[in-house]
Design a protein around this ligand. Structure first.
Ligand code: CMP
Length: 266
């Protein structure tokens, strides 16, 4: 039964009985249902009931699971969320550091990744923003990120707006649109987990060169200019990687084609 169909849970939530709802969800999990959807639901209920430490523990356990499956950016997002909801964020910070450092060591890929999961942990985390960074550089960057959640179709920002931050896709995906000569939006690119966007306005101070929307439920990690400057001062490679990507994307052939009204590839 889907969690949303669960009448008992709905009734408990309608009465704001978060303790009862948490107990109910744990009973459902004890009976064998331990998929991510029900565990995320439990996290929401625990947070609503003011039980941040338990919610953080659940998020950290989910993060371990995603990390083992090769979804490192998603694992980072979960650990960031654990830091936010935890009464004592020490444990989630420690795990976050361990995850980031593990991603730069040449550890063997998980079985799932070997069987053809889209990306192995090290590559997912390092592509392309983090490619070439040392463990310490990676750690400095990840610590400076802020987490945001979007629903499908939500606009992250619109072409022409001012913007002073860049975003890493932690989970889900986003679509990048530019306008054709008649003003209609044309899809330029779909950007998947592990990629980043928003670096052009961040670096140049120019308005956003494209509109970006969430293609799915999406979590983004935001890095603002002040944080980037602080990191780049001690870790120049972070700035270099971002500048190289901005250069490659600005006025690219794909963008020229899209602005002329030809749809792009994802
Ligand atoms: P920015 O101009 O800040 O906001 C729009 C973003 O869309 C831009 O930064 C890039 O991150 C992204 N973008 C622009 N052109 C491309 C492209 N050719 N491929 C992928 N992303 C792009």
């Amino acid at each position: 039964m889907a969690v949303t169909d669960d009448v008992t849970l709905a009734a408990l939530l309608a009465q704001h009985d978060y303790a009862g709802a948490a107990t109910h969800l744990r009973q459902v999990m004890d009976s064998g249902r331990r998929d991510a959807a029900i565990r995320f639901r439990l996290v929401d209920v625990l947070v609503a009931g003011g039980r941040g430490a338990e919610a953080a523990a659940e998020l950290m356990s989910l993060a371990d699971q995603y990390d083992a499956a090769g979804q490192a950016a998603k694992a980072i997002a979960l650990l960031k969320r654990a830091e936010i909801v935890a009464a004592d964020p020490f444990e989630s910070s420690r795990r976050l550091d361990a995850l980031v450092l593990r991603s730069v060591s040449p550890a063997p890929h998980s079985e799932l990744a070997a069987e053809g999961a889209p990306t192995a942990a090290p590559r997912a985390l390092r592509r392309p923003l983090l490619a070439g960074l040392t463990g310490e550089e990676l750690l400095a960057l990840v610590r400076g990120l802020r987490l945001h959640a979007f629903q499908p179709g939500d606009i992250v920002f619109a072409e022409g707006e001012p913007g002073r931050s860049l975003f890493v896709v932690a989970s889900g995906s986003v679509k990048v649109f530019v306008r054709d000569p008649s003003g209609h939006p044309v899809l330029l690119r779909e950007l998947l987990e592990g990629t980043f966007f928003g670096e052009i306005a961040l670096l140049t101070g120019a308005p956003r060169s494209a509109t970006v929307t969430a293609a799915t439920r999406t979590e983004l990690l935001e890095l603002d200019r002040a944080t980037l400057d602080a990191i780049a001062a001690t870790h120049p490679r972070v700035g270099e990687v971002i500048r190289d990507t901005a250069k490659a994307r600005s006025g690219s052939e794909a963008e020229t084609r899209a602005r002329a009204g030809e749809p792009g590839r994802s």
